[in-house]
Design a protein around this ligand. Structure first.
Ligand code: F6R
Length: 263
């Protein structure tokens, strides 16, 4: 696991954009796995800036989103479809036909989940999956107790998630279920980039990176992935025990030429 503790939430977004940008330069038709929520918003803003100012093109990029609320359609103001359109897709040169999201309003969510798994496989798998972490340690909507081998499926949201989501939308009755990529689906991505910012994430981050591998903290499954990069601000990193080691790794990294890769 490659852990970066950077000085600010802005620096986290810039680092994540560097990783996405390097992939897209190397592979213009890269397949990106995307997340919604507050954390990746600064990353998406930075990608939009690079699209406009640095000519980072999404013309051949294909995207797969992690999850969607069950029971709401793509035009619903609280849908993840809408959030992705507003925060990224409408602002860059991506072909809307290349942006894939689960349909929360599907009449057969079980078939929808199965078809999404098949689509990801048919397209050749996800090259780079962006992940946020819930305060309860969820990734996607894989709530505590989720099977670490799970595939895309319907999940009931945890009370903590319902509470967190309601905070931003006091007038909106949140759906209590979602369709989400499974943890096994997420682990199939060739690389993971996990982002966390702010003190509210400190406990979940510590459990995910340094706690036991366990269904009680779904994000701990990233420990199994051979190419996972975790990018944190100091507040989100506050409860980590190996900070001293991560700093040492950072010093060692600076001595290596950029092309030397992971250490
Ligand atoms: C969103 C998702 C969730 C969020 C997590 C953190 O598509 O899958 O796992 O990444 O709930 O959300 P924020 O970033 O809003 O704290």
């Amino acid at each position: 696991m490659d852990v970066w503790i950077l000085e600010s939430a802005h620096a986290v977004a810039v680092k994540a954009a560097d990783i996405c940008g390097e992939l897209i330069q190397r592979k213009p038709d890269a397949r990106l796995g995307l997340a919604t929520g507050a954390t990746p918003q600064a990353l998406y803003a930075e990608l939009i800036r690079r699209n406009r100012q640095d000519h980072l093109s999404f013309a051949h990029v294909e995207t797969f989103n992690l999850d969607e609320y069950l029971g709401i359609g793509p035009d619903h103001p609280q849908s993840f479809h809408r959030a992705m359109r507003d925060s990224l897709f409408a602002e860059v040169d991506i072909d809307p036909a290349n942006t894939h999201l689960l349909r929360g309003d599907s009449s057969d969510p079980v078939a929808e989940a199965r078809a999404y798994e098949a689509l990801i496989k048919r397209r050749g798998g996800i090259d780079l999956q962006i992940l946020g972490i819930g305060r309860n340690g969820h990734i996607g909507f894989n709530e505590p107790g989720s099977s670490l081998g799970s595939r895309t499926r319907v999940k009931t949201l945890a009370r903590a998630t319902l509470r967190d989501n309601q905070l931003g939308h006091p007038d909106f009755e949140e759906p209590i279920m979602a369709i989400t990529m499974g943890i096994g689906t997420i682990l199939d991505a060739r690389a993971l980039v996990v982002l966390a910012t702010g003190a509210a994430k400190a406990k979940a981050v510590a459990a995910a990176l340094e706690g036991p591998l366990a269904a009680i903290c779904p994000a701990s499954a990233i420990q199994l992935h051979p190419d996972a990069t975790v990018v944190l601000d100091p507040e989100a990193a506050a409860d980590l025990r190996l900070t001293d080691y991560y700093e040492l790794v950072d010093q060692a990294r600076r001595r290596l030429p950029r092309t030397s890769g992971r250490i």
